[in-house]
Design a protein around this ligand. Structure first.
Ligand code: NAD
Length: 341
């Protein structure tokens, strides 16, 4: 069995090798590649049975064509919009993912962004560092207690966000395409239609997956429905929010801030030099790429590099599930298989 893995740190490689590799008494031959798997930089070696990637890689028809022996694609993430799952199915290639590795991890990060915005934490640190002036001038924030938070998507992560919000004594309203009434009773929150959640909320936090139905759910028509002065936090997927419309909502002052751990065209943002040297504008939105830089310059916007998953505890859980997913494919008893919609 030959396995290729992209983007693992050295300690992660050792962890996986000791569980799966020849070094650890297992039978797999594992090759680790730095960086990401993308069509522009496919490796010359291509006789792998299994490949494992993270959200920044892309698995599409061209990638699958390149690996003729492929039996499985294992993504080390909860979201899988970077994989062509249908194409994997057509080719009888198993695509597996990490359904859950600590829903608290991402929800905690969403609140790190919410608090950083509501209390202007970043500006406070930055002002002192830049000016040397020890002053709270211009740094007035607002209490979370008593405010309304709108949770968009009440799955694993959304549920944790609701629990945390309750701890802050916030009023919680939520929207989900498949409401969980038992959970709403248990945790004490109210489901409302999407538009009503936007109208009612001082803070909106997004926890839906990226699907055709959720793509650009936040756009020039829906942003104006949000409360004036509200803040938006997105830790789900960049394309749930239409970037240009977000810039407009912030620039006009309709929104008072945004915390974005994910953003459209974040793949390019991660390697702009690579894009300039090897990339093609085809399939990319140059205006969005420029909008990302405009956003990063706005003082009321916090951009983080898709880091919400990144805690020590979560990474170990991701690695353990990845190892089990690979073993499942090797032993013909796959687990955590992604079903195409
Ligand atoms: P989940 O599947 O448990 O929950 C998703 C929720 O969205 C479900 O309740 C579902 O009913 C709802 N939903 C689906 N389609 C909808 C629609 N059209 N409209 C409204 N609601 C809809 O997923 P999760 O574990 O809570 O993760 C949510 C997303 O968070 C993932 O899909 C992933 O994209 C993202 N994520 C980001 C990071 C990060 O590091 N930033 C880490 C993990 C996950």
């Amino acid at each position: 069995m030959k396995i290729a893995i992209w983007g693992m740190k050295e300690w992660e490689q050792e962890y996986v090798k000791s569980a799966l590799g020849k070094d650890g008494g297992g039978s797999a031959e594992i090759i680790f590649y730095d960086g990401i798997l993308k069509t522009e930089t496919l490796p010359t070696e291509n006789d792998f049975d299994i490949i494992s990637i993270f959200v920044d890689s892309t698995v599409n028809k061209a990638t699958l064509d390149h690996f003729p022996n492929l039996k499985g694609v294992v993504t080390r993430s909860t979201g899988y919009d970077h994989l062509d799952v249908k194409e994997c199915q057509v080719r009888n290639i198993i695509a597996s993912y990490i359904p859950s590795y600590g829903e608290n991890t991402v929800a905690e990060f969403a609140f790190a962004l919410i608090l950083a915005l509501s209390r202007k934490v970043y500006s406070a640190v930055d002002n002192f560092r830049e000016t040397g002036k020890y002053s709270f001038e211009g740094l007035q924030g607002f209490d979370l207690m008593g405010k309304t938070i709108g949770v968009i998507g009440t799955g694993r992560i959304g549920k944790y966000a609701i629990k945390i919000a309750k701890g802050f004594d916030m009023k919680v309203v939520a929207y989900d395409a498949f409401p969980n009434e038992a959970m709403s009773k248990e945790l004490g929150f109210t489901y409302l239609p999407f538009e009503e959640v936007l109208k009612a909320s001082d803070v909106v936090t997004i926890h839906v997956p990226l699907l055709p139905e959720t793509e650009h759910m936040f756009n020039e028509k829906t942003f104006p429905l949000m409360k004036k002065g509200a803040i938006l936090v997105n830790t789900s997927r960049g394309a749930v929010v239409k970037t240009e419309s977000l810039v407009e909502a912030l620039q006009s002052g309709h929104l008072s801030g945004a915390g974005l751990d994910v953003i459209e065209e974040e793949g390019v943002l991660k390697d702009e030099m690579g894009f300039v040297l090897h990339g093609s504008p085809q399939g990319h939105n140059i205006k969005t790429m420029i909008a990302n830089h405009v956003l990063s310059d706005m003082p009321n916007v916090l951009l983080t590099p898709h880091a919400a998953f990144n805690t020590k505890e979560a990474l170990i859980r991701i690695l353990d599930t990845t190892i089990e997913n690979i073993k499942g494919i090797v032993s013909n008893t796959p687990i955590n298989v992604i079903k195409s919609k």
